[in-house]
Write a new protein. Sequence first.
Length: 250
Amino acid sequence: MSPGRWVDTWRERYPAVPLDLFEVPASGAEATLLAATADAAFLRLPLASGDLARIPLWVEETVVALPREHVLTLLEELTPGDLAEETLLVPADDVLHWSGAPGERFVGRAPATTADALELVGAEAGVCVLPRALARALHRRDVELRPLRDAPTSQVGLAWRPAPDGGTPPLVDDLIGVVRGRTAASTRGRDRAGGRDEPDGGGRESGARAAGKRDGGRGSTDDRRGGRPPGDRRHTGSAGPRSGGRRRGR
């Protein structure tokens, strides 16, 4: 799944409320939320911080990245037993944390990033086990992917900073509605133009920003209503295309 489709839904449902999608390193997604740089984030669970709220979304498929001419590419899918005699490349930013992984560990310096690991795979130095979304985001022509059964998986969730009263910020609640597939007819306190039902008297709207992991599956949003100067724009980030916007509350 891609956060981009939810951004499209947001723009259709709340055309007056921009939403910015931006990319952050996977290791920095939680810090981005805690620093109030973003309103919500699509990131991998579990969370390290107990100060963030989250909802689980989808579980990513695990694949093996193989050199293009590797004999295992003849198989449509693999099992851990197929990797018993392979050299396993585990990058420092590994997200699966497979303690009982088969195969032999790489004798050289561990690759610093998954991109570095895939470069070594392309050079036939070994194989790498990782989520398919991450492998596709770092696509290389000299690397082939095969599904891996009976292996650890990675779950993606939507996380955010709770409001001071412990509740969900209104803008994040709107985003949750989009992500969970609420229909436009489900108003939940909003009018059909995308605003909230509040007394007349005016006031400006404030925007939402979300951040996502660079590896292809994380993001964040944070409601800072009343804390931004007029004209300030916030963003929403995720691994994937950038899009923008924020909504000012009346």
